[in-house]
Design a protein around this ligand. Structure first.
Ligand code: GDP
Ligand code: GDP
Length: 437
């Protein structure tokens, strides 16, 4: 599972500015789709070869009476789920009582904490840093998040506290066989019920496979002679053994599972209808570029009218899901559950497609012949060359001139064209544009 970095500090110290810096490399990858907004609190980031999850906790004010608020509780949950905490303080404001209160709070949580002194631009870092030593968290690391300064040095310090994710990832590739499936959805959507149903029908017990432990959240199983690994963030298997432990829903664990998976099965609760949180969680799936199958669960017990309403709502509220297969299921009764696997297989294969350069060039030429890119400042935008730059999801890199000026509508046109022509269902695709002048 990917390491988690939590950003903590009182309001206005620069957490969201730093969040943007740490997740910036993903910006180009965020799907350009109606109805989807980029998550400003949870993000995936990458520096060099190392990737991580970042959570902007939204902040602790440091005032005791607010610690019971929902925001404070969420901050504390994020801190307890993180691997390292970046505690931001403001070089311009100087040390405040609120900083001291936050420091005291963090100290008892026993997580590695790095003290980050932000807004050092135009200041003498040594002079401003001096007073912050008294927090007892070690020497402040000076940065200027707004200018991207000091971030590399900061990240080098962060790595000291994180496991070597690359080595771990390779190990993990080799260890968990078959297609890895994450079950994602808001609390009560039916994830545990679906996982139990699937595992109840499995032929090979996880504990029969060497090296697997009962506590692992990775659960290998077989179905129709095919190997899969289920990623259990809902704690289904532990819950079955330890009756009291009803795990709290965690966006961080959800994001880690999405990241570790090949295909996400996203559960919607047809009886509750589509909620804000569904769009939010789907945004995280899209941001990660995962292959996706949408399972509309609890289809049992709905009248024909209600069913029509849910279907209309899907198109209205989640139009960006047009690329994914939708299956209407009942995890409780098992209806439609078997069909999910064919859809998972198709989505997986689509995400791993390899398209040759000549084939892509042919499709690009056809697309350009039908609709030319627009003129910008009297010059036509030229798209000259395309090749595949990656898979899971498929990335197509298009080289040309003035590609920065390409309108979103034209990008969508190309994206839809490639999707249709390559018959890609179940995976997002990404187009990257490079100007080669
Ligand atoms: P948050 O409330 O902790 O998320 O803080 P924000 O990221 O919203 O930043 C608060 C303010 O500080 C904004 O006006 C930022 O532009 C400013 N800010 C953030 N980083 C820097 C920095 O490195 N230098 C300066 N001078 N201002 C900064
Ligand atoms: P989770 O929080 O996403 O893991 O959701 P659970 O699997 O714990 O399910 C929440 C509730 O929904 C439980 O009471 C389940 O029995 C019920 N439930 C799950 N799937 C279905 C279904 O297909 N139909 C109906 N009617 N209820 C379901």
């Amino acid at each position: 599972m990917k390491s988690v970095i939590a950003l903590v500090g009182r309001p206005n110290v620069g957490k969201s500015t730093l969040f943007n810096q740490l997740t910036r490399s993903r910006d180009a990858l965020v799907a350009d789709r109606p109805g989807l907004t980029r998550d400003r609190q949870y993000g995936l980031g990458k520096v060099g070869e190392r990737s991580y999850l970042v959570v902007d906790t939204g902040g602790l004010s440091g005032e005791a009476e607010t610690l019971d608020t929902l925001m404070a509780q969420q901050t504390l949950q994020a801190v307890s789920e993180s691997d390292v905490v970046l505690f931001l303080v403001d070089a311009r404001e100087g040390l405040s009582g609120a900083d001291e209160a936050v420091a005291a709070r963090l100290r008892v949580m026993g997580k590695p904490v790095l003290l980050v002194l932000n807004k050092t631009d135009g200041l003498d870092p040594d002079a401003t840093a001096a007073e912050f030593h008294s927090l007892g968290i070690g020497a402040p690391i000076p940065i200027a998040a707004a200018h991207g300064r000091g971030i590399q040095g900061l990240m080098r310090r962060v790595w000291e506290h994180l496991p070597d994710s690359e080595a771990e990832e390779q190990e993990h590739e080799a260890f968990w066989p078959g297609i890895r499936i994450a079950f994602v959805g808001r609390p009560n959507a039916g994830k545990s019920t679906l996982m139990n149903r699937i595992l109840g029908e499995q032929r090979v017990l996880a504990s029969d496979i060497p090296g697997t432990t009962r506590d692992s959240i990775f659960v290998p199983f077989q179905r129709d002679e095919k190997q899969y690994t289920l990623i259990d963030t809902a704690g289904v298997r532990r819950r079955a053994r330890v009756h009291d432990a009803i795990e709290k829903f965690s966006v961080i664990k959800t994001l880690q599972a999405i990241d570790a998976s090949d295909v996400v099965i996203f559960l919607l609760d047809a009886q509750q209808g589509i909620a804000e949180q569904d769009a939010h969680l789907l945004g995280l799936v899209m941001d990660a570029g995962r292959a996706l199958v949408v399972a509309i669960n609890k289809w049992d017990g709905l009248s024909p009218d209600q069913r029509e309403r849910v279907k209309a709502d899907l198109d209205l509220k989640l139009p960006f899901l047009d690329f994914a297969e939708k299956r209407f299921i009942s995890a409780l009764h098992g209806t439609g559950v078997g069909d999910l696997f064919a859809a998972v297989e198709r989505a997986y294969q689509a995400a791993r497609i390899k398209v040759s350069t000549p084939e892509l060039m042919r499709l690009l030429d056809q697309a350009l012949a039908m609709h030319q890119p627009p003129l910008v400042r009297g010059r036509r935008i030229k798209l000259r060359y395309i090749h595949q730059g990656g898979k899971q999801p498929p990335i197509f890199v298009i080289h040309g001139n003035q590609t920065d000026a390409l309108p979103a509508s034209y990008k969508r046109y190309l994206s839809n064209w490639f999707r249709q022509q390559l018959q890609l269902v179940g995976t997002p695709i990404r187009l990257e544009f490079r100007t080669g002048e």
